[in-house]
Design a protein around this ligand. Structure first.
Ligand code: UDP
Length: 355
């Protein structure tokens, strides 16, 4: 059975790492990776393939930048050509990016079944490009792999239910467990960054709903500036570009660094006193390491984390980020494990081999 896996953005490389490894162990599966080029810098793409031993892409479309419509449209067209040539039995897509949607549309039109990893997540905010991408992808997928119970409930509410919806757990949890030893064996990032364990804040900001709005960006910088801790801010290229355009002044405790490799990032996450982010993946990784997290958004798809008490939502438009970040976040319950047992990738490989 041949699977064409479509990736293009940083979180998809990380999600693909455990799944590709599970495919290589599952007899009868041949995987062919297609990289759309949505993220193309060495530190947003290449480093993940190298560090995480992801098989090299067989196809690289090189389609980065552009407006949402132009990017998605060109990517659909280019993926269609590859699929006509490769004639796979399945197309596998991850998450909620333009690459996800483009892969799903190209496959659906060619009547190739689609498997969607991280199906069923909802923010219920249709102004987010990610929400549009994930909803449309779910509605044309044949196999839907959900990371948690709530995702299955969301799908059911939209009329998607049956034995093609499988709650396998979260592949990002698999990744954290799979690479834990490698993180341990490497030189400590605390020494490299001259930080003390439990004595700094790790922050990331990249979501359009923040980076496109100067008032929200100012509130975020003021909030981080109020922290009694040093703040390490690995800066996404889009955030760097908008901060330069806005000429934002950085408080003295914020240290901006280039985007980090996954192993570096995990090391800094697990030792932080607090994580402040608008990233979906980083919210969960904070919880996997039981580090309090403040999410700089008006809503989250990962509602379990808020319910368990490990994640606190803070709106950069409405809330006083200075007070919330200074308070340092909250710890929560540990008696429920909402994202599976770290074997999501094996479940996915087995299910795909069986279908
Ligand atoms: N990440 C990384 N280096 C960084 C920032 C994030 O390796 O400098 C990883 C992070 O550990 C997580 C993933 O990227 O696994 C999250 O991706 P991102 O925040 O870009 O997207 P989202 O999860 O919001 O879709």
């Amino acid at each position: 059975m041949k699977i064409v896996t479509i990736v293009g953005a940083r979180p998809q490389f990380i999600k693909a790492a455990p799944v590709s490894r599970a495919f290589s162990r599952q007899s009868g599966i041949v995987e062919c990776i297609l990289h759309t080029g949505q993220h193309y810098d060495a530190n947003m793409s290449g480093v993940f393939f190298e560090e995480l031993s992801i098989p090299a892409p067989a196809h690289h479309l090189g389609i980065g930048g552009l407006s949402h419509g132009a990017n998605t449209g060109r990517t659909i067209e280019a993926i269609e050509t590859v699929l006509q040539d490769e004639k796979p039995d399945w197309v596998l897509v991850y998450g909620d990016t333009n690459s996800t949607l483009a892969g799903a549309i190209a496959a659906a039109k060619l009547h190739i079944p689609i498997a969607h990893v991280e199906a069923g997540l909802r923010s219920f905010n249709m102004r987010m490009p990610e929400e549009v991408n994930r909803r449309l992808t779910d509605h044309c997928s044949s196999l839907l792999f959900t990371p948690c119970k709530q995702a299955g409930v969301n799908l059911q509410n939209e009329g998607i239910a049956g034995n093609n919806v499988l709650n396998v757990g979260d592949v990002m949890y698999d990744a954290v467990l799979m690479f834990a030893d490698m993180v341990e064996r490497r030189e400590s990032q605390l020494e490299i960054f001259n930080l003390e364990r439990n004595n700094y804040v790790l922050a990331t900001i990249h979501r359009q709903e923040n980076t496109d709005h100067e008032d929200r960006m100012i509130a975020i910088m003021e909030g981080l500036g109020a922290s009694p801790y040093p703040v390490v801010l690995p800066l996404h290229p889009r955030t760097r570009a908008t901060m330069t355009t806005m000429n934002l002044q950085l408080p003295h405790n914020i240290r901006v660094v280039d985007p980090l490799g996954y192993l570096q990032m995990i090391d800094l996450e697990r030792n932080a006193a607090l994580i402040v982010t608008d990233s979906g993946g980083v919210q969960k990784e904070a919880y996997f390491h039981r580090v309090p997290c403040i999410t700089l958004r008006d809503e989250t798809e990962w509602t379990e984390l808020v319910e368990l008490g490990w994640n606190q939502l803070a709106s950069p438009s409405r809330d006083d980020l200075r007070a919330i970040i200074t308070a340092g976040g909250t710890t929560g319950r540990n008696d429920v494990l909402p994202y599976g047992d770290g074997t999501a990738a094996d479940h996915i490989a087995r299910a795909m081999a069986q279908h």
